[in-house]
Design a protein around this ligand. Structure first.
Ligand code: BGC
Length: 421
């Protein structure tokens, strides 16, 4: 492997998490939603998931209401020091986490000094352990008071988010060089306000549009606030990019639909924030083939959630970000739900090759953060999907065990990083 020439010396090798999915004990709009919907989600599981490849193995969990409640999660809140050691065991040098807004501002305008001190300590610990923190300000959860006021549907509510960001910029960026403002506003708006299977469960195209637009503005405001207080901090967003492609390369409808959906899903956002990002941050999971107005993907291979997997598609995502925006690129998430660890090594090795190829072709790729460090709470699907490099046994003192693919990835990273010494 020509790794030495390919990956830059300070390349960020890391793993990603988000507060609600790992911390435990959160009190926000999601935790409220979970309790209200767990029974229905369990009841509807066969209809929703009966077709997925691991149905026989996940059936019991998916039909259990407890599966849909995050509860004490994987207790990362209290176990973070040991978890950072796990990151280092993988020879990684970076870690992405998110702040839990509902802890920091439990009531409008009331900022909890204990929560702020906690995250300050958390960041110091990352620094102490030699891990580069990538701090994500907002990953889908909001305080219940904010949701009750109408959340991001209302433009006038942005002032609350701005105020929270200002506190973060003042109090929580010591020792932080990279900030992600908002995570995947496209999924948040779509599932919460159009599909309606996430809080607040709306089916309203007008709300969808407003949330998407207001969160884009929230990013721009956050960028401006942070740069004013800390000009050297590198600020970007973590947006989901899907690689959309025509199934029939010469068919006009397929081509237009692929282009249009890319524009709506990610192009519009990245164009808007063009002047307000120091790097392009994106999450890659999907390549979609458009057949007329429909997505018609190959039926194999599918991950445990039934998602079609084409990891090499990340090359197109990197190159298109490179060509369009000409900025450094950080892959802020990428991974696979795979409880048997049957595909993860393949997925990772395809991804490493694709990243190497993109670097060779001139992309300024600066980092790769795998989703996820640990098995965690996968939103509306709860606990059964397993995205972790480490398996977590929630029945047995939250024991963390590296999956074989994680050990393999660690050896690759070790090898690549050793070439720089
Ligand atoms: C989200 C994560 C999620 C992952 C897997 C991303 O869309 O940012 O929170 O767990 O995908 O679905």
């Amino acid at each position: 492997m020509k790794a030495k020439q390919l990956f830059p010396k300070d390349f960020l090798w890391g793993a990603s998490t988000s507060s609600h999915q790992v911390e435990g004990g959160t009190d926000n709009q999601w935790s409220v939603w979970e309790l209200a919907h767990a029974a229905d989600s369990a009841k509807e599981a066969p209809r929703r998931l009966g077709w997925t490849p691991k149905w026989a193995a996940i059936r019991a969990a998916a039909r259990d209401p407890h599966n849909y409640v995050s509860n004490n999660a994987v207790e990362h809140l209290t176990r973070y020091k040991a978890d950072f050691e796990l990151v280092k065991d993988l020879h990684m040098n970076a870690f992405r986490f998110s702040l839990e807004w509902s802890r920091i501002e439990p009531e409008p305008g009331v900022f909890d000094i204990k929560a702020i001190t906690y995250y300050q300590e958390y960041i110091k610990e990352l620094n102490r352990q030699g891990l580069e923190p990538l701090l994500n300000i907002w990953h889908w959860t909001v305080p219940t008071w904010f949701e009750d006021m109408g959340g991001f549907v209302k433009k006038s509510n942005l002032k609350y988010f701005d105020e929270y960001v200002d506190v973060v910029a003042r109090e929580l960026l010591q020792g932080v060089n990279y900030v992600l403002t908002v995570n995947e506003i496209n999924n948040y708006a779509t599932f919460g306000y159009l599909v309606g299977n996430w809080p607040p469960g709306q089916h309203n195209p007008v709300s969808w549009l407003r949330v998407y637009r207001n969160l884009t503005q929230a990013h721009i405001n956050a960028y401006t606030i942070i740069k004013r207080r800390r000009p050297a901090t590198q600020v970007g967003a973590a947006h989901q990019i899907t690689v959309n492609t025509p199934l029939r390369v010469n068919n006009y409808v397929d081509r237009i639909m692929a282009k249009l959906s890319s524009y709506v899903w990610s192009g519009w956002f990245f164009n808007k924030i063009q002047k307000y990002q120091d790097f392009v941050g994106f999450n890659y999971y999907f390549k979609n083939y458009f057949h007329g107005f429909k997505i018609d993907n190959p039926t194999q291979p599918l991950n445990d959630m039934g998602w079609y997997m084409e990891p090499s598609g990340i090359y197109d995502a990197i190159m298109s970000a490179h060509r369009r925006y000409g900025k450094p690129i950080i892959i802020t998430e990428n991974g696979v739900a795979d409880q048997d660890d049957a595909y993860r090594k393949w997925w990772l090795s395809e991804t490493l090759v694709a990243m190497g190829k993109a670097l060779q072709d001139g992309a300024d790729l600066r980092g790769y953060l795998h989703w996820s460090l640990l098995d965690n709470f996968e939103w509306a699907e709860g606990w059964w999907p397993k995205f972790g490099l480490y398996k977590v046994d929630r029945e047995n003192n939250m024991q963390r065990t590296p999956r074989p693919s994680a050990t393999w990835l660690a050896s690759k990273i070790k090898h690549i990083r050793a070439l720089d010494k």
